[in-house]
Design a protein around this ligand. Structure first.
Ligand code: IMP
Ligand code: MG
Length: 174
C-alpha cells in the first residue's frame, strides 16, 4: 500500500520542546546522577537529543521491548528482545520512550524495572496518545500529547521506515 507522510510537528518545534524537557529534568535531578534507560529502537533519536541538553551527569543503557510487528495495531504481546547491560539498583532511573499508546509495553517494563529496586523510576516520553490508553501508566515528562493518528519520524517507524525523519509526521494511506 502506498503511503505519504504529512508533517504533524515540525522539526524546530520538536527540538525546542526537547530542550525545555531537558531543562526541567536537569532542575528536577539537580545534585544527582541520572541513568537514562532508552527503549530501542524508537527512543534513540529522542534520547540523544534530550541527553545532549541535560546538565546533570548522565549514564545510559538500552532495552528492547516490543509489542508491535510491522503493523499499525498493537499485538498486545510484549517481549524483551534485549535486556539492560547494567544493574539499576539504587540508581535514579528515567525511562525514555518514543510514544505511549495503549500503555501495554510501559506498564510491563515499569513493573519489571521496579523489581530491580532503583532509587527512583520515572518516565519520560516524546509523544503521548492518551485516547488509546488501556493500561494506566503515570508519565512524569511528556513532550506532546497527540490525537489518535499513526505517526512516524524522530525514531518512530512504519514497517521499520521513516525513523530518520527529523520531524513527526502522520502516515496517510492513499
Ligand atoms: P503501547 O505498548 O501500545 O503503548 O505501544 C508502545 C509502542 O508501540 C511504542 O513504543 C512504539 O514503538 C509503538 N507505537 C505506538 N504508536 C505508534 C505510532 O503512532 N507510530 C509508530 N509506532 C507506534
Ligand atoms: Mg517504543
Amino acid at each position: 500500500m502506498a503511503e505519504r507522510i504529512e508533517v504533524m510537528i515540525p522539526e524546530e518545534q520538536v527540538r525546542l520542546r526537547i530542550r525545555e524537557m531537558a531543562d526541567e529534568i536537569s532542575r528536577d535531578y539537580a545534585g544527582k546522577e541520572l541513568h537514562l534507560v532508552c527503549t530501542l529502537k524508537g527512543g534513540v533519536f529522542f534520547m540523544c537529543e534530550l541527553a545532549k541538553h541535560i546538565t546533570v551527569p548522565v549514564t545510559m543503557d538500552f532495552m528492547c521491548v516490543s509489542s508491535y510487528g510491522n503493523a499499525t495495531k498493537s499485538s498486545g504481546v510484549v517481549k524483551i528482545t534485549k535486556d539492560l547491560d547494567e544493574p539499576i539498583m539504587s540508581r535514579d532511573v528515567l525511562i525514555v520512550e518514543d510514544i505511549i499508546d495503549s500503555g501495554n509495553t510501559l506498564s510491563y517494563m515499569i513493573e519489571m524495572l521496579e523489581d530491580r529496586k532503583p532509587a527512583s523510576l520515572r518516565l519520560c516520553t516524546l509523544l503521548d496518545k492518551p485516547e488509546r490508553r488501556r493500561k494506566q501508566v503515570s508519565v512524569d515528562y511528556t513532550g506532546f500529547q497527540i490525537p489518535d493518528e499513526f505517526v512516524v519520524g524522530y525514531g518512530l517507524d512504519y514497517a521499520q521506515k521513516y525513523r530518520n525523519l527529523p520531524y513527526v509526521g502522520i502516515v496517510r494511506f492513499e
